[in-house]
Design a protein around this ligand. Structure first.
Ligand code: MG
Ligand code: MG
Length: 277
């Protein structure tokens, strides 16, 4: 019997440096999409903007490398949690839109997502959706801050859960997790968005993970549509999704999918990211 050695989840300093470009290109695609979001634009048009940005930057949209998927983005609206397929859907005032993208450069990957509320629409609904977006983003930064201090990876999930539970009654989607990232967009280890038994792998230099809380205004349960992709909340409540790819290195942590390495998001939590040496 041949035993295949599992690749290490810890990258070398050279490998960490190779992940800077795909991270920044992923962010550039999301910045371009965010700037284009307005009532009347279709999710397919947003997809084209992201693809153009990634290809102009010398990268490959890595979602297109996932078997069976041919788009650059996932765009998930209102009760859609993740994996919404871009197409003819026209964004309406007040829609809660979650946009997920990834770029591959020289065989290394980035993966990041944000949620936002389309301007306009009913003020009460918009305010509730913005609150969900903000709570979810905040929980991501708490998770990243926890990673900066953690001995073991599952402390991230503790921090995400605590950040969400401290702000009201929300549901953390449990059908999906974050993940390691590197040569492939999805690698070991899983990164939980909630407290689980067991400590998880040691947090030490070379660990690179995508942390991606998915939070709803109600249930923790989701279902997948007949298109085999679109994931929506089982109770029809709204959902938000935020994600960053984060590297742990000898001198600290660096958010690969943020131009400032996560400095602005982490500052309120007392963490200063350090560029990869
Ligand atoms: Mg993603
Ligand atoms: Mg991901």
């Amino acid at each position: 019997m041949v035993r295949l050695r599992k690749p290490s989840i810890y990258k070398t300093p050279d490998e960490l440096r190779a992940m800077v470009r795909p991270g920044l290109l992923t962010e550039a695609a999301l910045v371009a999409v965010r700037a284009a979001i307005r009532p009347g634009i279709t999710t397919g048009e947003l997809d084209a903007i992201a693809e153009q940005t990634i290809r102009d930057g010398g990268g490959i949209p890595n979602f297109q490398l996932v078997p069976g998927y041919r788009h650059t983005l996932c765009v998930s609206v209102n009760d859609e949690v993740v994996h919404g397929i871009p197409g003819d859907r026209v964004l309406q005032p007040g829609d809660l839109v979650s946009v997920d993208a990834g770029a591959e450069v020289d065989g290394w990957n980035g993966d990041s997502a944000f949620s936002t509320v389309v301007p306009g629409g009913d003020a009460t609904i918009t305010a509730a959706r913005q609150r969900l977006v903000d709570v979810t983003e905040r929980s991501l930064w708490h998770g990243i801050a926890a990673l900066a201090r953690a001995r073991n990876l599952n402390e991230v999930g503790d921090a995400v859960e605590d950040a969400i539970d401290g702000t009201g009654t929300w549901g953390i989607v449990e059908d999906f997790t974050g993940h390691g990232i590197g040569r492939s967009m999805h690698e070991d280890p899983p990164v939980f968005n909630y407290r689980i038994r067991g400590a998880g792998p040691a947090v030490r230099p070379g660990l690179v993970v995508a942390i991606e809380p998915m939070v709803t205004a109600g249930t923790i349960d989701s279902s997948t549509d007949d298109d085999d992709w679109t994931v929506r909340t089982l109770d029809g409540t709204d959902a938000a999704h935020w994600e960053h790819s984060v590297a742990v290195h000898a001198d600290g942590v660096w958010v690969l999918t943020a131009a400032d390495g996560g400095a602005s998001g982490l500052a309120p939590l007392g963490v200063t990211p350090v560029p990869i040496p």
